[in-house]
Design a protein around this ligand. Structure first.
Ligand code: DC
Length: 228
């Protein structure tokens, strides 16, 4: 069995998991598993191949053979996401791709087809796993589990500002509705719903700055991993 350490960060979309995972990765020198990207690529692949979101058998087959590669880009310092060799890093970040991901993610057969693939990311010196069920299902033995949340309003506002900075026009009320819809689906599905893992450190990021969230999280991890 793989004994290398794992830190899990779960929570709803827009709670700041990606930012905290990135800061932790820098501090610890560990890679990140962005499990949401896997579901997003699957949603995109299904749309591109015109697979119906109700066609469980085709979707689980697609999940088992998904031609997905995470490829570190030394120029940008980011990780490119390749679907069948095609760089889809930007295509998977749209709100539509998030909704597609959330729809394919309710299917138990899809989730089990992706389970081992996610576990295979466990490696030395350690892994930061970001998602919805990292601490509950994928890495139940993780050394430290974090559940990062924030009010739906705060998350919509952050997303709105991010888009505005990129010069993209968006409607705050439409973003809020989309976030609520995704929360509802992710939290109420029968398999691996979005819930804090037992014993997880729960942090509401609406109440703190990024630096404050990071210090709380790092202090907790350091205690659990006996880091200095
Ligand atoms: O973290 P994200 O917004 O990129 O995730 C997109 C969707 O993928 C999310 O709404 C639900 C699904 N997802 C999941 O079901 N389990 C995960 N571990 C990660 C994401």
């Amino acid at each position: 069995m793989n004994k290398s350490p794992v830190v899990t960060i779960d929570g709803p979309s827009g709670a700041g998991k990606g930012t905290i995972a990135f800061l932790l990765a820098e501090k610890l020198g560990w890679p990140i598993l962005d499990s949401g990207a896997i579901y997003r690529v699957l949603g995109l692949a299904a749309q591109r191949q015109a697979v119906d979101f109700n066609d469980i058998s085709s979707l689980s087959q697609l999940a088992s053979s998904l031609p997905l590669v995470f490829s570190p880009n030394s120029q940008s310092g980011e990780v490119d996401v390749l679907l069948d060799g095609d760089n889809v890093s930007r295509d998977i970040r749209t709100d539509e791709a998030g909704q597609a991901a959330s729809k394919v993610a309710v299917i138990p057969e899809v989730r089990s087809a992706l389970l081992q693939r996610q576990r295979d990311f466990q490696q030395e010196p350690g892994l930061i796993a970001d998602g919805r069920d990292m601490g509950t299902v994928v890495f139940p033995e993780a050394n430290a589990k974090i559940f990062l949340t924030a009010s739906a309003e705060k998350r919509a506002e952050r997303r709105y500002n991010q888009l505005k900075e990129k010069g993209i026009n968006a409607s705050l009320s439409a973003l809020l509705e989309s976030i609520r819809e995704r929360d509802e689906r992710d939290s109420n599905r029968t398999v691996a719903p979005l819930v804090p893992a037992d014993g997880a450190l729960v942090v509401d990021s609406s109440l703190y700055s990024i630096d404050e969230v990071f210090s709380q999280v790092y202090e907790y991890i350091a205690k659990n991993l006996t880091l200095s």
